[in-house]
Design a protein around this ligand. Structure first.
Ligand code: SLL
Length: 170
C-alpha cells in the first residue's frame, strides 16, 4: 500500500434531483394519493464520454464508488436507501421538499473515508422573488420538470498507487 505523495486526482460528479408534477390520474393510481410529484435523486459522473459529443452520461462510477446511500425524510418507509450499483439513484413520489443526506462510499482500494453531501430536494420551480411558491397543478404540468443539480469534484490526495492505477486506467 504505497501512497503517491504530493499528487491529487479528482473525478467530476453532479448530484441533485429532477421532479415532475403528477397528473390527477397518476395521483389516483398511487397508494398515497396525497403525493404530488415524482422525483429522482442521483449521483452521476460529470465526465464526458470521449468522442461521444455528449456532456456527462459516462455514468458508470462503480469503478471507484462502491455504494451511495440516500437518507430520505423519515416520512418515507425505509428512509435509508443503499444503492450498490449504477445508476446511483432513487426514484420516489411525495408531496414535500426536504434535505437528503447523500453518502458516498468508495471501493476499499481507495482507503478513503465516506464522503457526505447534502441535497435539498426541489419540487417547485424557483421564483423571481425567491419566496417559495407552489404553482397550481396545470401551471406545474405546463412548466415541465424542475431540475436542481450541483457540480462537485471528488478529490483524492496522496492516493494509493493501486487506486491511482484503477482511476487512470478506467
Ligand atoms: C415539509 N419538512 O414539511 C418537509 C417535510 C416530507 C416529505 C417533507 C411523503 C412521504 C410519504 C413526503 O413527501 N414527505 O408519505 O411516503 O414540507
Amino acid at each position: 500500500r504505497v501512497r503517491v505523495r504530493g499528487l491529487s486526482i479528482c473525478r467530476p460528479i453532479i448530484y441533485g434531483n429532477t421532479a415532475v408534477a403528477l397528473t390527477q390520474k397518476e395521483r389516483d393510481g398511487l397508494a398515497s394519493p396525497d403525493h404530488t410529484h415524482r422525483w429522482t435523486v442521483a449521483v452521476r459522473s460529470a465526465a464526458s464520454v470521449p468522442g461521444s459529443g455528449q456532456v456527462g452520461g459516462a455514468d458508470d462510477l462503480s469503478y471507484f464508488i462502491k455504494r451511495v446511500t440516500f437518507k430520505l425524510h423519515d416520512t418515507y418507509p425505509n428512509p435509508t436507501r443503499n444503492i450498490d450499483k449504477p445508476p446511483f439513484e432513487v426514484t420516489e413520489t411525495g408531496w414535500g421538499e426536504f434535505e437528503i443526506i447523500v453518502r458516498i462510499t468508495f471501493i476499499p482500494e481507495a482507503g478513503e473515508k465516506t464522503m457526505t453531501l447534502l441535497h435539498h430536494l426541489k419540487l417547485h420551480p424557483w421564483t423571481l422573488s425567491g419566496e417559495p411558491e407552489i404553482p397550481p397543478l396545470d401551471v406545474a404540468l405546463k412548466a415541465g420538470p424542475v431540475h436542481s443539480w450541483q457540480y462537485d469534484e471528488i478529490v483524492f490526495n496522496d492516493p494509493f498507487q493501486n487506486f491511482l492505477n484503477l482511476l487512470t486506467s478506467h
